[in-house]
Ligand binder design. Sequence first.
Ligand SMILES: Nc1ncnc2c1ncn2[C@@H]1O[C@H](COP(=O)(O)OP(=O)(O)OP(=O)(O)O)[C@@H](O)[C@H]1O
Ligand SMILES: [Mg+2]
Length: 402
Amino acid sequence: MSSQEHILETSLANSQKQVEQLSQEVLELYRQVNLLYRLGDVFSAGLQTEDVCGVLMIESTKVVRARSAFVRLSDGRTFGRLSTNPASKMSVGIETPMGRIGDITLFDKKRGFFTAADEKLIRAVARQAGVALENSRRIEGLIEQNEALETLNDELRALDQMKSDFVGNVSHELRTPLASIKGFAATMLADQDMPREVANEFVGIINDESDKLIAIINDLLDVSKMMSGHMDYRLARQSLTAILQQVTALLKIQAEGKNIVLGLDIESEMDVRIDPTRMHQVFINLIGNAIKFTDAGSVKIRQWTDTDGLHVSIQDTGIGIPADLLPNIFDKFYRVENIVHTKEGTGLGLALVRGIVDYHGGTVDVESIHGVGTTFTVNLPPARAIDHDSSIDIDSNTARSE
Ligand SMILES: Nc1ncnc2c1ncn2[C@@H]1O[C@H](COP(=O)(O)OP(=O)(O)OP(=O)(O)O)[C@@H](O)[C@H]1O
Ligand SMILES: [Mg+2]
């Protein structure tokens, strides 16, 4: 072989080597571009945060031939495992147009050390992951918002149902006395020669039914005042005994009509700071309920005092309230299902009771055994505990003093 031929052969061999190396690099570049394209597709599929981080770790370790990866997000969440004493490691930030939102660390390159080219590549991958993480954060936010909206929607639906039930119930409660008033008035008008005793009886009924109407309308007005924080209170320092005696006397006829023994036991007494009219309303409701929901037996009212203050319990031997429904009975318009069609009422009484007693700094407890009976207890603090220097000043800006 001539020397010229030899030179030609060597340079051919060199060129071949260069071509091989170039094609290796082109192949590697192709692999990287391909990876970035593929990741673009995967990340644009709307993955959740943990899936994005999972893909980021798997693909990053693969592409730079690392043994493991660890992702830490700025919200504190971490994925993968930290390697202790790694032979080599490389950290790259996960960037978004809004800034850095975390970083990925790769550990233990299988051969040699991580290179600048590795870092450049992982930076490109992490940037894609950053966009995907931003999207997943938005999607997760939307999902949360959607769930909150659904809950709100359910609540609104329940409220709407309650409103419809209420409208139905209140209309019924208003219509019954009104129909009766209308009926008796019409009969009297049609029969001008009605004997006086009969006419008196009819007028008596009209009067009673009108009282019922007024009571319902007053309850409605009170509840709406209470809800808007405009209930008036005239506080005075006094004992509760006289109020309990009045209410018991008022409801005695009603109890006797149902053959129920109504008893009042004043064990001891103490001054409390109360609005007497509102307290009257509280016990009319509680004792009225006890009589209404008792078909036989007794309603016992007991008043006693201790260092906590004044306590009044109203114990009946009535139908009772199922334990799981007890938490609902103080809600406005709530009535236990089984009595809805048999006992009159709008479900406002206990809501008013609780609101009024709350205002006085007291509490209302209830214990009940379904089918056996119920005991309501009103607890009021002693007058001293909430009384500052005057017995009739009032702290509410909507209340008036006496
Ligand atoms: N002493 C009781 N025994 C059994 N159930 C009771 C008793 N007191 C209240 N409840 C139950 O709690 C519900 C709510 O009572 P609440 O006084 O608010 O309404 P109501 O008496 O039905 O109607 P309103 O008081 O507006 O006339 C009642 O409908 C009833 O189901
Ligand atoms: Mg009631």
